[in-house]
Design a protein around this ligand. Structure first.
Ligand SMILES: [Ca+2]
Length: 81
C-alpha cells in the first residue's frame, strides 16, 4: 500500500529522469521541503545504507514512513519556527 506512494516520491525526486535517485537528488528534495542543508545532507547520506550513491525504494521506505508517521520535526530549528 505504501510502496507505490514511495515510488511516486522517488519519481518526483528524480529530477534528471535517470530512473534512479542519487543522494544529491534526495538531499535537494529534503532541502525544498524545508530541511536545513547540513541536515538534508546527513539524512540523505544516512538513507543510502549500501553507500552506492543511489537511494533505492527499500532504502527510502523506512525513512519516508518515519517522516509521515511521527511528529519528528525536519530539524530542531523547524520546530522553533
Ligand atoms: Ca543505495
Amino acid at each position: 500500500m505504501v510502496r507505490p506512494w514511495v515510488t511516486a516520491v522517488l519519481a518526483v525526486a528524480d529530477v534528471d529522469d535517470s530512473q534512479e535517485v542519487s543522494t544529491d537528488e534526495w538531499e535537494r528534495m529534503l532541502a525544498v521541503m524545508g530541511m536545513a542543508p547540513e541536515a538534508a545532507h546527513a539524512r540523505a547520506s544516512g538513507i543510502d545504507t549500501d553507500n552506492d550513491g543511489v537511494i533505492s525504494l527499500d532504502e527510502a521506505l523506512p525513512s519516508v514512513l518515519r517522516f509521515y508517521t511521527t511528529d519528528e520535526p525536519l530539524t530542531p530549528s523547524a520546530a522553533a519556527r
